[in-house]
Design a protein around this ligand. Sequence first.
Ligand code: UDX
Length: 435
Amino acid sequence: MRISVIGCGYLGAVHAASMAKLGHEVVAVDVDPVKIERLAAGEAPFFEPGLPETLAEALASGRIRFTTDMAEVAGSTVHFLAVGTPQGPTGAADMRYVDAAVASLTPYLTAGAFVVGKSTVPVGTAARLAAEVSAAVPGATLVWNPEFLREGFAVQDTVSPDRFVYGVPDGDAGQRAVAALDEVYAQALAAGTPRLVVDLATAELVKISANAFLATKISFINAMAEIAEVAGADVTALADAIGYDDRIGRKFLNAGLGFGGGCLPKDIRAFQARADELGVGRSLGFLAEVDAINLRRRAHVATLAGELLGGSVAGRRVAVLGLAFKPNSDDVRDSPALDIAARLVELGATVLAYDPAANHTAARVRPEVETVDSAAEALRDADLVLVLTEWAEFRELDPRVVADLVAAPVVLDGRNCLDRDAWTAAGFTVRGMGR
Ligand code: UDX
C-alpha cells in the first residue's frame, strides 16, 4: 500500500520505517531538513533499540523515502499524522503542529484517501479535523488510530502491538477506512492482534485514558512509598504482594522517582485541561494529585541526598548514574533523573553525571550538569552515589569495585533496582525509595 507519514519524531520515524519493513511504499515527511537528511542516510535521530536496523532494512528495500516536500505525499492512499502535541503554556496540548500538518496535507489529498491520526490529541480534535478534511476534499476521510508505543520498545510495539484501535465515522467511509487500515496492518492482524473499531471520540480517549491510568498506577505506588517510609514498611514487598492479585498486576508498580518522558506528564495535564474545557474538570481532579505525588518524588530525593550527607549537599561530591527518563532511551524530556541532578547542582553539590545514552541530550537542556564518559569516572571520590535511571549497566555494577572508587560507601537507589544485600555486603549504606 502507498503510505505517507507526516512527522518523523519518535512516533513517525519508527512508524515509517516499520511500515516500509512490512512491505508498504512509504513517503515520510518532516519540516526539519536535518532530521530528514539523517534519516535518509540511515541514521536514527535518537536512541531507540532496533530502529537503526529497521531503518537500514527499509532503505535497502527501496520502499521508503524521506522528504521535506509535502507534495511527495500525493498518490498515497493512507496518510498518517504523527506530529507532536507538546504541552502548551496552560497545560493544554499545543495543537499547532497537528493543525499545520493537516493544512499542508489537504492540497494533496484526493477522493478516496484516508488521513489517519496517530498523535495524542484532546478529545474532539478528530471530529473537528474530519469536518475540515471532508469540506476541503469531498471523498477524503479522516480517522483516528492512536499509537501506544513505549520508548525503548517502539519498533516492537509498532510491528506487533497489544491491540489496534480504529476510530472511524459511521457509514461507508468508515467501513472503507477499516478495510484500508486492515490492509496496512495485515501481518499483525493475521497473527491475532485484537482490533477494536470505535467512534472518533472513543479512539482519542482510549489513548489518553490509557496514559492517565498508567500515570495513576505509578503515583499510587509512590504514594504507598511515602506511607511506607514513615511507617517503616517496604513498598517493593508491598507491590509484589498486591501484584499477585491479577486484577491489580505487578507491572507499573515500581516505586521510585516517578514518571517522566514525552508522554505521561504532559498527557495527564492536557487531559485535565480538556476536561475543564468540557465542564467535567472534577472527573479528572485526581490527576492533579497524581501529578503532585509524582513531582514530590523529585524533591524527596534531593532531601534524602542532603540527609545522607549529614545535612547538606553543598560542596559535596555526588555521582549521578542515569539522566534519561527511563533506560534504553536518550530522552530527557521531563526526566526525573535530570531534574534531580540539576537541583543538586543548584543546592551547591559537585555533580558528576553519567548516562549510557543521554549525556548529549542532557547537556543540551541542562548544561550546568557536568557529564562524564563512564560510571567509573562519575563514581571516583564520590561522597554519595545516586542511581536515578535503572540501566542494566548500573544494576550490574559490582558494588565491591564501586566501593574502591568512591570516597564514602553511601548509595541512594532512586529506582529500587540494586541488589541491596550485595551492596550492603560490600560495605554500603543503601537507601531505597519507600523501603
Ligand atoms: C508511555 C506509555 O507507556 C505508552 O503506552 C505511550 O504510548 C507513551 O507513553 P513511555 O513514555 O515510553 O510510554 O514510557 P513508560 O515505559 O510508560 O514509562 C514512563 C515513565 O514511568 C518512566 O519515567 C518510567 O521510569 C516511569 N515508571 C514506569 C515508573 O516510575 N514506575 C513504573 O512502575 C513504570
